[in-house]
Design a protein around this ligand. Structure first.
Ligand SMILES: Nc1nc2c(c(=O)[nH]1)N[C@H]1C(S)=C(S)[C@@H](COP(=O)(O)O)O[C@H]1N2
Ligand SMILES: [Mo]
Length: 422
């Protein structure tokens, strides 16, 4: 990784990475020529920056470049534009992957990073100040596993509670771009827990990030942390150190993040510094006042803490895109679910009056999306709405409206995507 604070070095590094990705992606996934040219033009523009240009504005919470064609900036976060995924392969390139930061990306050094395990769920009950430690090289020396999985914010699609259902909800007004799919490589959390001496009394594991404390309403909630039940921790959770064949980028958790397949994004703690292993259930703001469902349909203390993601679909198109009348088009999109793979997608190009079944381009797999396409020759000029409705291997289908909750989590309804035929 680049040395922190060396702007010229970082710019060169970013450009080299983009070129390496382009080369790799072009071989592996058959990126279209048009897409390659667009990206190369973007690289050329970046290369033309003066060598003294800072790679990260002093006050930017995110390290990587956020070209407006690729991202919508939302406070400390950046949402991926769906039209930017058009022509990319199954995996979201690291450069295009959305970023959700409670505060700001910390630039850490793998050489002095330690993972500290402590708590009464470990044999010998190591105290927080006398933890069992693993260095970066210790993790890299353990058996490695690779897994394709999405990270998706629990609030992805939140703005549609308001725009489609007229309901007001709190939180970042994401459209559908708070999701990305990557090929993660790392070690099983189960292997690390067993090496640290897991006690049969352990019930919860709580990873905590090394980013700054999160202050909300004038009160510090402490560092970002959320407990996982031991059953999930021992099942398919990774401590990931690579993303799409590269060391984790700074913004996505370098040097090591937790990756919890199929669960809401907050479970996948970035920049993990310690793991509390407990013989009692653990609580943090992120599984009590946040990331539960509140509202008229739920108990006062909220629903159970949210775990699995819900089901969604998106078109690889700009909101309000113009589609040429009378020309053969291929509409493309992706659908995903936390309950299984997506096995069927139905698409409407007339605001929901009629539906056709889309062709699937991926085998339905849990924990990742299924790409799909549908040919369309629009004949009537004017405004219309495109809709896509997914059905997963567990038999769940996207409903017409999503159940309201005050913080706007888990939006699952079919989204009406406005376009103009002209
Ligand atoms: N340490 C830490 N981990 C974190 C967060 C954070 O702010 N700090 N944000 C969480 C949330 S809410 C989401 S949706 C995902 C986003 O991961 P990404 O930024 O790699 O896309 O990271 C999660 N892990
Ligand atoms: Mo999130």
């Amino acid at each position: 990784m680049p040395a922190a604070g060396n702007a010229a070095h970082e710019t060169a590094y970013d450009n080299r990475r983009l070129r390496q990705w382009l080369a790799g992606e072009a071989r592996a996934d058959g990126v279209t020529r048009r897409r390659l040219l667009t990206l190369l033009a973007a690289t050329a523009a970046a290369t033309a920056l003066p060598a003294t240009a800072p790679a990260r504005a002093a006050d930017s919470p995110i390290v990587k470049p956020l070209p407006p064609d690729w991202f919508i900036q939302r406070g400390t976060n950046a949402e991926t534009r769906w039209e930017a995924l058009h022509g990319t392969g199954h995996h979201t390139p690291n450069e295009l992957f959305f970023v959700r930061n409670h505060t700001a990306t910390p630039v850490l050094d793998a050489a002095d990073w330690r993972l500290k395990l402590w708590g009464d769920g470990l044999r010998g009950r190591p105290a927080e100040d006398k933890p069992v430690e693993f260095g970066y090289d210790d993790l890299r020396a353990l058996p490695a596993v690779t897994r394709t999985a999405y990270v998706e914010c629990a609030g992805n699609g939140r703005s549609h509670y308001t725009t489609q259902q007229g309901e007001s909800v709190t939180g970042t007004a994401w459209t559908l771009g708070a999701i990305g799919v990557a090929r993660w490589r790392g070690v099983r959390l189960a292997d690390v827990l067993r090496r640290a001496g897991l006690s049969p009394r352990a019930v919860d594991v709580q990873p905590r990030g090394l980013d700054a404390e999160y202050v909300s309403g004038g009160e510090s909630l402490g560092r970002v942390r959320r407990p996982l039940p031991l059953s999930k921790a021992l099942d398919d959770v990774l401590l990931a150190y690579e993303m799409n064949g590269e060391p984790l980028p700074y913004d996505h958790g370098y040097p090591v993040r937790v990756l919890v397949p199929s669960w809401i994004g907050i479970a996948s703690i970035k920049w993990v510094g310690d793991l509390q292993v407990s013989a009692q259930p653990l609580y943090s703001p992120w599984n009590t006042t946040l990331y539960r469902l509140f509202g008229p349909a739920h108990p006062e203390e909220g629903s159970a803490p949210l775990t699995r993601q819900t089901i969604k679909s998106a078109f690889e198109l700009a909101n309000g895109a113009t589609i040429p009348v009378g020309e053969n088009q291929v509409l493309r999109g992706r659908s995903w679910s936390g309950a299984g793979g997506v096995a069927r997608v139905d698409v409407s190009t007339d605001g929901g009056a009629s539906w056709r079944r889309a062709r699937l381009h991926d085998r339905p797999r849990p924990g990742t999306w299924t790409r799909w396409s549908l040919p369309w020759t629009p004949v009537t000029p004017g405004a219309t709405q495109l809709l896509a409705r997914a059905t997963d291997t567990a038999g769940r289908t996207q409903p017409d409206s999503a159940a309201f909750n005050a913080q706007g989590y888990l939006f699952d309804a079919v989204v009406r995507h406005p376009v103009t035929v002209a």
